[in-house]
Design a protein around this ligand. Structure first.
Ligand code: ADP
Ligand code: MG
Length: 232
C-alpha cells in the first residue's frame, strides 16, 4: 500500500473519513498490529471468511452513516460457529442505514490488561498533537488524557504515558501483569512519524487499543483527513 496515494485518492473523491477497515489497514502498513480482517457483502462470503480467519470472530457493520457502531448494535463479539454468524449477519443487515453496507469479519482479540485510547488531533495553533489515555470512564468521564505536540521523541512518549493518573493500571495494579510500555511508546512514535509525513491527516482515533504483557493490538480506528483547501 502506498499511503500518499491512498490519501490522495480519498481526497480526490471528496472523502475525508476513512472507514474502520481502511484506517486499520493503514495502521498495519506502518507496523501497528491489528486483528486479521476482511470485508464481505453476502452471507455466504461472510461465513467463508470467518472459517478462514478461525473462530472466535467479530462481525461489524460497515456503513458510512454508522459511526458509533456499538450504540446501534453494529458490533457482534465472540462469534463461535456458523449458526451464530448467520444470526449476527441477519441482525447487522437489519440496522437502518442510508449508505452502502458491508460486513467486516475480524479475529476476536484476547482479553487485554486494559483498553487504551491513542489518537491525534490537530491543534489550531500547534498543529498535530498526540493523545494518550486509558479507555472507558477514565478518558470519557475523568478526562485523564495526556497530550504532546508532534513530532515526539522516545523520551516524550515515555513521559506522556507515565503522566496520566491511571498509570498504575499499566504497572501491575492488583496483581495484574505489567503492560508492555515499549509497545505503547513504539505506537506513539509511529503515529507521530505518520502525521508529520502526511499533513493531510487531521485526526486519528485508535479506540480501543488492547494492551497486553507482550504487545498490543488496535481493534477499532478512525482516520479523518483535512478538507482540501481548508487552512489549519
Ligand atoms: P465503536 O464504533 O462502538 O467504537 P468498536 O469497533 O470499538 O465500536 O467495538 C466496540 C467494542 O468491542 C470495543 O471497544 C472492544 O471492546 C470490542 N471489540 C471490537 N473489535 C474487537 C475485536 N476484534 N476483538 C475483541 N474485541 C473487540
Ligand atoms: Mg471504538
Amino acid at each position: 500500500m502506498n499511503i500518499s496515494e491512498l490519501l490522495k485518492n480519498k481526497l480526490e473523491s471528496n472523502q475525508t473519513v476513512l472507514t474502520e477497515f481502511e484506517s486499520k489497514n493503514l495502521l498495519k502498513e506502518i507496523g501497528i498490529p491489528i486483528p486479521e480482517q476482511e470485508l464481505a457483502i453476502t452471507k455466504e462470503k461472510t461465513i467463508a471468511v470467518a472459517k478462514k480467519i478461525g473462530f472466535p470472530v467479530v462481525l461489524k457493520l460497515m456503513a458510512e452513516d454508522v459511526v458509533h457502531k456499538s450504540d446501534t448494535g453494529a458490533v457482534k463479539l465472540n462469534i463461535n460457529n456458523e449458526v451464530e454468524i448467520a444470526n449476527a449477519y441477519d441482525e447487522l443487515m437489519k440496522i437502518p442505514s442510508q449508505s452502502e453496507k458491508s460486513i467486516s469479519i475480524q479475529k476476536m482479540a484476547d482479553e487485554p490488561i486494559t483498553e487504551l485510547i491513542i489518537g491525534m488531533t490537530t491543534d489550531a495553533q500547534f498543529g498535530p498533537a498526540l493523545m494518550f489515555g486509558i479507555g472507558g470512564i477514565l478518558v470519557e468521564l475523568l478526562e485523564d488524557i495526556s497530550f504532546r505536540i508532534a513530532p515526539i521523541t522516545e523520551y516524550d512518549a515515555r513521559e506522556q504515558i507515565h503522566e496520566i493518573k491511571g498509570f498504575p493500571i499499566l504497572d501491575g495494579y492488583r496483581g495484574k501483569p505489567k503492560a508492555d510500555i515499549d509497545a505503547i511508546v513504539n505506537t506513539l512514535l509511529k503515529i507521530s512519524d505518520l502525521v508529520i509525513k502526511h499533513e493531510e491527516i487531521n485526526e486519528m482515533d485508535l479506540n480501543p487499543v488492547f494492551i497486553y504483557e507482550n504487545g498490543l493490538i488496535c481493534v477499532d480506528a478512525r482516520i479523518i483527513l483535512k478538507k482540501p483547501g481548508a487552512s489549519l
